[in-house]
Design a protein around this ligand. Structure first.
Ligand SMILES: [Zn+2]
Length: 246
């Protein structure tokens, strides 16, 4: 998973989606209203297509699923599901791009805490690695242990549980491969007496298929070899890479 910057929609598209939401809000109080059907009817409309195109741009060149960063993002995902949250049907911040597998696993699930706040990571709203950790030995994504709370992140735990992030073998293989590539590049840079920080960053970004770079340099990965050596032996280079990732 990686932090994704949400791009703004063109104002005309925002306005058109807003009008559809107003209409849905009116209809949802009437008997027989079906949010899934309403969405299906709107799916091929110009404003929804424009929203999808913006999501695809946000997902980067390879158009990956925003939850797993592995498979191709194939459909618009409603973070708060169409049913029962039809008040969020056409709301832009509620739309993500996801793959068929993540869409199937998540389904209508959005675990929430006692206050109603979601216990599921929205990668367009927060840094996933604040709640998640990575196991370089298995390639699994797991919940992050929060020292200050002496427990695992509840949001991380639920996200891993819902999306099966610790038991998808193909996903773990891809994450581990990506980690090994990043570690190899950093190991070479660490042995260089004067590594070029910009060139290193570009090289790392190019191979960061799974969004792990942020975990390696800024989250718990920074305490492991070779990342901790980059931090101690070339602090300027490490700082430059970290700052450019934000
Ligand atoms: Zn996915």
């Amino acid at each position: 998973m990686r932090r994704i910057e949400r791009l703004p929609l063109p104002s005309g598209v925002r306005f058109a989606l807003g009008r559809r939401q107003v209409r849905a809000n009116r209809q949802r109080r009437e008997p027989g209203f079906n949010a899934t059907r309403d969405w299906k009817n709107a799916r091929d409309s110009a404003p929804v297509r424009a929203a999808e195109a913006t999501l695809t741009r946000m997902a980067g060149l390879t158009e990956r699923c925003m939850y797993c960063e592995d498979s191709h993002g194939t459909d618009i995902e409603h973070f708060w599901p169409k049913t029962p949250f039809s008040e969020c049907l056409f709301i832009w911040p509620n739309m993500l791009l996801c793959c068929a597998e993540c869409g199937r696993l998540k389904g209508q699930l959005v675990p929430a805490d006692a206050s109603g706040a979601p216990l599921l990571i929205d990668p367009t709203a927060e840094d996933p690695w604040a709640h998640l950790d990575f196991d370089p030995d298995t390639g699994n994504v797991v919940a992050r242990f929060l020292r200050e709370e002496n427990g695992y992140s509840p949001k991380g735990e639920k996200t891993v549980e819902v999306l099966h992030l610790d038991r998808r073998e193909a996903l773990a293989r891809v994450y581990r491969r990506s980690f090994l590539r990043i570690a190899k590049i950093v190991a070479v840079a660490v042995d260089d007496p004067q590594p070029d920080s910009q060139a290193l960053l570009e090289q790392l970004r190019e191979c960061d298929d799974s969004g792990l770079l942020s975990w390696c340099l800024r989250a718990d990965g920074q305490h492991l070899e070779p990342f901790c050596r980059l931090r101690t032996d070339h602090p300027e280079v490490w700082r430059h890479c970290c700052e450019c990732l934000s």
